[in-house]
Write a protein that binds this ligand. Structure first.
Ligand SMILES: [Zn+2]
Length: 534
């Protein structure tokens, strides 16, 4: 028992340090308390092997590994909670696994502050001191009787079962990380089919459009752009002067939200048959496969570059296009390129052969770090004081940089429209954002990961449609501008725009259709958006 106490004390120090950090810098919620209880029990579970292992060297080795990993994971979960006011979740792992090195560096630069660095330093020093002062004799004479060992084994198993049944396990970072990583791996494997299977299994694909004219259709996928920061959506700053000039040519949808608050979660639904009613349908067909089947020449052009080409789920969907280009695969140490390279590439594509082109442009939009998203000449709102209830320079800078990035996005969208307009083809341009962003609008925070105290800004997104004159003559769009819509059904809306029918396509799910029906909007597969944000 004495030895058990000695081990436990070492773990206890880390648990207490983390709790003190919570006490000073975080709100103590039920989640924090549950997490502390979980940490206690987990520490006990980690000590149990020492009471069974009789080889002192092995025992010491096990301690070094367990103790170090335990301390690091406590450190990570405490900082995560501090930043995002929510416990570590599987979506956090999904975001992490889909993030490249460059993004990760930006992310760290964006959120790190003195408290965090100090906390990491303290935990680090604690680990070092504990390991240096480790006494060999603690690991000796642990060989106990067989009965004792069996009892310990039964106790450990009971503890683990209790973990699972009491739901305390959701506070266990190593468990959650392992589970989510496996989940991500399985999903990615399934989605990888999209890269190789260009056509999918759609039934009775047909198209009634009878067009002699050339066809050019473009979808611009925005990134982290909240509707509330766009001038054309009545934001107090004119962040969209160019779109404003052609406002009467645009259909601007006012009540559109994203089903998730991170790229992979939202786009794997938007671009496939998957939706909250049937999340697994995201493996059953992508919009690009349908377009390929409808004999379009499809293009996917992206400036988002994840870890490795085949690692990202969205990349796999994009690779299903007849032609895919990833413009951001330069050396990771180079500064990310600006979205306007997408317009340059688009202009080249428009000159290529082909009478039926469908082009997806995946932007970096207003992704953090906002200041990196636009060139010098778009530093428009710098040195101005924005309208916000958070009166500090950090908030001012974030809002100004974000608004500059939105203004640059306006420039990119407008350029795309002008390029497409010049082709005089039968065409449309759709712009939407994968999800929104909170930028010191309602809470003192900027980003889109924070789950608790989540605000509507991380869901509310722009959806804009520009149509060419000849397109308007061939297709009637039912405006539905104020209908409640969630883009997990975007698949059906895109199919409707180009008039492609298949057994899998449902016009009641198209915001552009006269048959459109509003439905419940369940975000994160669990929360009724419209009653949550009444
Ligand atoms: Zn995103």
């Amino acid at each position: 028992m004495k030895i058990f106490g000695k081990f436990f004390l070492k773990y206890l120090v880390v648990i207490i340090l983390a709790f003190l950090f919570d006490l000073f810098f975080n709100k103590i919620t039920d989640a924090v308390i549950s997490n502390v209880i979980e940490n206690f029990l987990f520490a006990i579970a980690l000590i149990c092997p020492h009471l069974i292992i009789s080889n002192p060297r092995l025992s010491q080795f096990v301690f070094i590994i367990f103790y170090t990993l335990f301390s690091i994971s406590i450190c990570i979960e405490t900082i995560y909670y501090f930043l995002f006011k929510t416990v570590f979740s599987s979506s956090a792992i999904f975001v992490f696994l889909d993030t490249n090195l460059e993004e990760a560096k930006e992310f760290l630069g964006f959120y790190f502050n003195t408290q965090i660095i100090l906390f990491i330093a303290i935990i680090f020093v604690t680990i070092i001191i504990t390991l240096i002062k480790l006494k060999k004799e603690n690991f000796l004479s642990l060989g106990k009787s067989k009965w004792f060992k069996i009892n310990i084994l039964i106790f450990s198993i009971t503890l683990l079962v209790f973990f699972k049944l009491s739901q305390l396990i959701i506070y266990n970072l190593p468990y959650m990380a392992a589970r989510a990583s496996i989940g991500y791996y399985i999903e990615s494997k399934k989605l990888a089919n999209y890269a190789t299977d260009k056509y999918g299994n759609f039934n009775n694909v047909s198209r009634t459009f009878n067009i002699k004219n050339k066809e050019v259709y473009v979808i611009i996928i925005g990134e982290s752009t909240s509707r509330s920061h766009l001038g054309i959506y009545d934001y107090c700053r004119n962040t969209t002067p160019l779109l404003h000039n052609i406002k009467n040519e645009l259909l601007i949808y006012n009540k559109v939200i994203s089903p998730e608050t991170y790229t992979v979660g939202s786009l794997t639904k938007a671009l496939t048959l998957g939706n909250y009613e049937n999340p697994d349908a995201k493996f059953e067909g992508s919009i690009i496969q349908l377009l390929n089947q409808a004999k379009f020449k499809t293009y996917w052009v992206s400036v988002q570059q994840p870890t490795g080409k085949n690692d990202s789920q969205i990349t796999n969907i994009g690779l299903g296009a007849n032609n895919s280009f990833f413009l951001n695969i330069k050396n990771a140490n180079e500064k990310t390129i600006y979205d306007e390279v997408l317009v340059d590439k688009l202009n080249k594509i428009l000159l290529e052969d082909g009478d039926k082109k469908f082009i997806f442009l995946h932007t970096l939009g207003t992704h953090f770090n906002y200041a990196y998203r636009y060139p010098q000449k778009f530093k428009f709102f710098d040195n101005q004081i924005p309208k916000t209830k958070f009166k500090n320079q950090l908030a001012y800078n974030a809002i100004n940089n974000y608004d500059n990035a939105v203004r640059y996005t306006d420039f990119v969208i407008n350029n795309v429209i002008e390029s497409v307009r010049k082709t005089k083809a039968n065409s449309f341009v759709v712009y939407f954002s994968d999800h929104g962003e909170e930028v010191y609008d309602e809470i003192e925070f900027s980003g889109h990961f924070r789950n608790e105290d989540r605000t509507r800004n991380v869901y509310e997104i722009p959806l804009i449609l520009w149509q060419s004159e000849s397109y308007k003559k061939t297709k009637t769009i039912y405006p539905n501008l104020d209908s409640k819509y969630m883009i997990d059904d975007l698949f059906h809306s895109i199919a409707d725009l180009i008039d492609v029918k298949a057994d899998e396509v449902d016009s009641t799910r198209s915001i552009f259709s006269k048959y459109f029906k509003e439905r419940k909007r369940i975000v994160k597969d669990t929360v009724d958006y419209d009653s949550y944000f009444k």
